[in-house]
Design a protein around this ligand. Structure first.
Ligand code: GLY
Length: 311
């Protein structure tokens, strides 16, 4: 596969047919945005931030403006970013009104000594640095939340074996997960970023894999970069992004992603996707969910996008 410089995903899960075109258009736009940054000499970190911002601002995706709601009907968004050159990285969690959670994660990585910051303090830091705030509780997600709550009350959803069932649900009120992007820049540096509203009907205070380095994302110039999408509890318990990166020491990005997802299926069941990028710029996509919406932009191979990856 020829020299991809950025691969983005708009989430694993069950994408209803009528949302395929808009989801694919969204990931293509995000990959193009990240690629432009890279073409202008920007770093891999700048490219993945820009690509994720594009998806956070697009309400089709479960991140930023399109964040799904928790059991109490509120947004609690998470995001993470990691620099494969320095191994610096940070996550932010439980955000109510940061327009772009990924930019706050980058700020925490660059301006603090911490690797994870949550809640009001994190948001105050963002505000102090002038990051924009926004109302992330959009009417479509409120409608979906009311429907999901109703299903829960009728016990048509048996709460949490629960996340997985929700993720695979055919009724369409829950489905699309985390957005993410690994990228490789002109200097050979890798980076990864991701952002999410989390899982629908999660307990208030629940934090997923997306802000956790090693689980939701990982980048190491000596190995590769990866981001996860799907049920965060699985990604955290099996440390899937670090596992995929470790596998890239000896395997291509595709073989590493496929191996990681095979291990997940065997050890924890269904509900996860991995997108990976190795040091040579080869990408990999694997998932054990019905769909994974992704796009890759390669220097000489153009723009590719699909609703499923090689499994
Ligand atoms: N993968 C997103 C979450 O579980 O929160």
């Amino acid at each position: 596969m020829a020299n991809p410089t950025i691969i983005v995903h708009g989430g694993a899960g069950n994408w209803p047919k009528n949302k395929h075109a808009i989801g694919l258009a969204g990931v293509r736009k995000a990959a193009t945005r990240g690629f432009q940054i890279r073409q202008q000499g920007g770093s891999a970190i700048q490219a993945v931030e820009a690509a994720v911002i594009e998806m956070e601002d697009n309400p089709i995706f479960n991140a930023g403006k399109g964040s799904t709601l928790n059991l109490a009907g509120n947004v609690e968004a998470d995001a993470g970013i990691m620099d494969g050159k320095t191994l610096g990285g940070a996550g932010v969690a439980l955000l109510h009104h940061m327009k772009n959670p990924i930019s706050l994660a980058k700020l925490v990585m660059e301006k603090t000594d911490h690797a994870l910051l949550a809640g009001k303090t994190a948001e105050r830091l963002g505000e102090a640095y002038g990051l924009p705030v926004a109302n992330l509780r959009i009417p479509e997600r409120v409608r979906q939340w009311k429907k999901a709550k109703h299903e829960l009350e009728k016990r048509r959803i048996s709460d949490f074996p629960r996340n997985l069932k929700l993720l695979q649900d055919k009724r369409g009120f829950f489905l699309r997960d985390t957005v993410g992007a690994p990228a490789l820049d002109q200097k050979g540096n890798l980076a990864a970023a991701d952002s999410t509203g989390g899982v629908s009907l999660k307990f208030p205070g629940r934090i997923g894999d997306s802000p956790i380095l090693g689980a939701g994302l990982y980048a190491d110039n000596r190995l590769g970069a990866a981001t996860a999408t799907g049920v965060g509890e699985i990604a955290m318990r099996l440390v899937v992004s670090k596992s995929a990166c470790d596998a890239m020491l000896s395997l291509t990005a595709q073989s590493a992603a496929a191996k990681t997802v095979r291990d997940v299926t065997r050890l924890a069941g269904r509900g996860l996707g991995i997108v990976s990028l190795d040091r040579k710029g080869r990408y990999g996509i694997a998932h054990n969910t019905p769909h994974l919406c992704w796009a890759a932009l390669t220097k000489d191979g153009g723009l590719v996008s699909q609703m499923v990856g090689r499994r």
